[in-house]
Design a binder for this molecule. Structure first.
Ligand SMILES: [Zn+2]
Length: 182
């Protein structure tokens, strides 16, 4: 049985290049590796900072924050939401890998502003199962950043909660705007 050359379904045609995109990434990696030299670093971030950000494709965290290889931990998900799993990563980051600062980055035009918790019901209607996770949609990005800062600051698992700052990244200007935690 083969899954290739399924020209009869027409599905592949609906997504031009979808089959080839990972091949392209792997090719790019071969080029990257050909020029790569072992930086001789250990796993502990040089700047002792963890960045928690939305996964949005328009945010190039390293470029936007002037970060270099090895500088930080990068934890990303839809919305940059501080979920239990983000707390898991931050806990390991602080307790096992020496970070002590946390920067939270949400942004203008986030997809989570366009949906509601109803999305869970839609999924349940479609697949017969309601997801256990919250969508974490929001209407006020500033308030969403404040809530995320609060979740970090109140976590019992984290060692360092003094240097936690939250920002909104403007996808049109590339500028960060700091959010007052109060
Ligand atoms: Zn987003």
């Amino acid at each position: 049985m083969t899954t290739s050359a399924s020209a009869t379904t027409g599905h592949e045609d609906a997504i031009p290049g979808a089959d080839a995109v990972i091949d392209r990434l792997v090719e790019a990696n071969e080029e990257y590796a050909s020029a790569f030299t072992d930086p001789g670093m250990d796993a502990r971030p040089v700047l002792h900072v963890a960045v928690v950000s939305c996964m949005d494709a328009r945010i190039d965290l390293h470029a936007a924050l002037g970060l270099e290889l090895g500088d930080c931990h990068t934890i990303r998900n839809a919305g940059g939401v501080v979920t239990d799993d983000v707390i898991r990563s931050l806990t390991i980051s602080q307790r096992k890998l020496g970070t002590h600062s946390v920067i939270l980055i949400h942004h203008t035009g986030c997809g989570l502003e366009a949906i509601t918790e109803e999305f869970r019901t839609e999924l349940e209607m479609e697949v017969g199962q309601r997801p256990a996770w919250a969508v974490e949609s929001f209407r006020d990005v500033d308030q969403d950043v404040r809530q995320s800062m609060q979740r970090v600051r109140t976590s019992p698992f984290l060692l360092h909660k003094d240097d936690v700052r939250g920002f909104v990244f403007d996808v049109k200007t590339g500028l960060l705007r700091e959010i007052d935690p109060a």
